[in-house]
Design a protein around this ligand. Structure first.
Ligand SMILES: [Zn+2]
Length: 275
């Protein structure tokens, strides 16, 4: 076997690729322009392939993405955090639901921090000489991006809670982090992409308008999440049926509490200080 010296890291190796850094041996043949285009083609199809495989696996086999990923089956999937980021960008590009970017009114009437929010808004109105409508409009525009990227804070918080609920089954915080990333990716997919599209169709075909308010959509999103959490917890943690029910209910309860109170408060605060 011929030995090569890697041009990238100077490692001595045999074979087509450096076993230290992964650099490929290039020869004269690789200097055709068509190779550059073949690379683009490979990048696009690979990107699309792993993205579709990941989304299909998450929707059709809840928990399998995390299970595979934590067991070292990774090549066929998109990296978990990149997937999450992709979904956030999709959600940012196609905001069918107002969803998490709430109108200023909801913050100032919030049970816990409503009066604090009211004071902040009044102070801003005086300082900038704006009326309520102007502040509300500016707030909504600013909150658009903040509300989406702030979704990342769900991951470390829920991973900690999941670790507390299930550390006997999965010792590593890492595993819980992957699981929570899959779970929250499903929430984005289901609550902010798939469900709105179904509702849009219902409206176009039957003229039923479900898009008003979250009286109907809230419970439907939750029901979907509950089913997903139950199945994925069964596969990923291998709990008994009973503990799966307990785990998924507590998990969702904590998630809702977190989003309704802490997430929304941070969202309000981060948005208002930028005005
Ligand atoms: Zn090398």
């Amino acid at each position: 076997m011929q030995e090569f010296i890697c041009k990238n890291c100077k490692n001595h190796f045999v074979g087509k690729y450096c076993n230290n850094c992964g650099e490929k041996i290039h020869n004269e043949n690789d200097k055709r322009i068509s190779i550059l285009f073949a690379d683009v083609f490979h990048f696009v199809t690979h990107f699309e392939g792993t993205l579709l495989t990941s989304l299909k696996t998450i929707i059709l086999h809840p928990g399998k993405f995390s299970e595979d990923y934590c067991n070292g089956v990774r090549k066929k999937y998109f990296k978990p955090l990149s997937l999450f980021l992709m979904l956030i960008i999709l959600y940012l590009l196609f905001p069918i639901f107002e969803g998490l970017n709430m109108r200023l009114f909801y913050h100032t009437s919030h049970e816990l921090y409503g009066s604090f929010a009211q004071k902040k808004v009044s102070a801003l109105m005086t300082a900038k000489n704006m009326d309520w409508a102007q502040v509300s409009e500016a707030f909504h525009a600013k909150g658009e991006k903040v509300s989406k990227f702030l979704l990342f804070i769900i991951l470390p918080v829920m991973a900690s809670l999941s670790w507390l609920l299930a550390f006997k089954k999965r010792k590593y915080y890492y595993d819980h982090f992957i699981y929570v990333t899959e779970n929250t990716s499903f929430l984005l997919l289901w609550g902010f992409l798939v469900l709105p599209i179904i509702m849009l169709f219902l409206r176009l075909i039957f003229g039923i308008n479900f898009l008003q308010g979250d009286k109907i959509t809230g419970p439907v999103v939750l029901a979907g999440m509950l089913i997903f959490s139950f199945i994925s917890a069964k596969r990923f943690f291998k709990f008994s049926i009973w503990y799966c029910i307990i785990y998924s209910i507590i998990y969702l309860g904590l998630l809702v509490l977190f989003i309704q109170n802490i997430y929304k408060f941070i969202l309000f605060y981060l948005t208002i200080i930028q005005l």
